[in-house]
Design a protein around this ligand. Structure first.
Ligand code: FE
Length: 273
């Protein structure tokens, strides 16, 4: 879209992770819109203040663990840095935007120094060098390489819904924790998007985004990507409902984009690959 500039035929950009959407907005690829329906239906912390983007579904970054090997799973992100979990945790590389957004949320809540200590503690507790995607972290619980794994909720829900190699068979051995339920809530990120800066069909683009926030589209969209709806009261798929209700971090997801660069610097500083 950036290369196409004013000639871009795109009406809408839909993507995942607030960091990506934030970068697109910063790059001038999106335009602010004013929609009463979207403002009323999408929670305030899940949309840009200027109407340049909106969340349409949300995922939690969760702690998963091997039930037969972990008696006291970590209940918070902070606990992942506790020496009692040394050599037990599998997590992705710091180049992955999910890891950057998670650390960005720690920076936002606790500041850079605490975030640096946390990243160092997590690195010290890794079971192996960060590798693979979120599904690979979950597979590690079944193969025995990992006792504890960090992954987004929809990777687990998807493996409940349909066969995922190396995961669905044996998934009963995996337990899960929505972190920080006694304080700020679980770190959530979004799938979302906005109207393209040079949208040839601006009005229809707005109508389409409004449709995505309708009850029926919320149920359809979130059942398709195994995420949670963002509109309150929208119907959950059986698999996401099976994960149970949880408290989500109410942080404005724009913060994740704003602190992403600091997060990468912190990972580099502590030698987290
Ligand atoms: Fe993903």
């Amino acid at each position: 879209m950036r290369a196409e500039g004013r000639n871009s035929p795109a009406d809408i950009l839909l993507t995942v992770d607030a960091g990506n959407i934030w970068r697109a907005a910063e790059a001038g690829l999106l335009q602010p819109i004013d929609s009463e329906a979207l403002t009323a239906r999408i929670p305030e912390n899940m949309r840009a203040a200027d109407g340049s983007w909106y969340a349409f579904s949300q995922r939690a970054r969760m702690i998963f663990y091997a039930k037969d090997r972990v008696e006291n799973p970590p209940e918070t992100y902070e606990a992942l840095a506790d020496p009692q979990y040394k050599g037990m945790i599998c997590a992705r590389s710091s180049s992955n935007i999910y890891m950057q957004s998670l650390l960005a949320s720690v920076v936002s809540h606790a500041g850079q120094d605490a975030a640096t200590d946390w990243a160092k503690g997590l690195h010290d507790n890794l079971a192996r060098k960060p590798q693979g995607g979120d599904t690979d972290q979950l597979r590690g619980l079944i193969s025995g390489e990992c006792d504890i794994a960090l992954a987004n909720s929809y990777y687990f829900a998807r493996a409940l819904r349909k066969p995922v190699k190396g995961l669905s068979d044996g998934i009963d051995a995996i337990g899960w924790v929505f972190p920080n339920q006694d304080d700020r809530g679980a770190h959530v990120n979004i799938s979302g998007g906005g109207v393209a800066a040079n949208a040839p069909n601006r009005e229809n683009a707005i109508r389409f985004l409004e449709y995505l926030a309708s009850d029926s589209a919320q149920a359809y969209f979130s059942a398709g990507n195994d995420e949670f709806p963002v509109v309150e009261g929208a119907t959950l798929s059986d698999e996401t409902a099976a994960l149970g209700a949880f408290e989500a971090d109410g942080l404005n997801v724009s913060e994740l984009g704003e602190h992403q660069k600091e997060a990468q610097i912190i990972y580099d500083r502590v030698g987290y690959p």
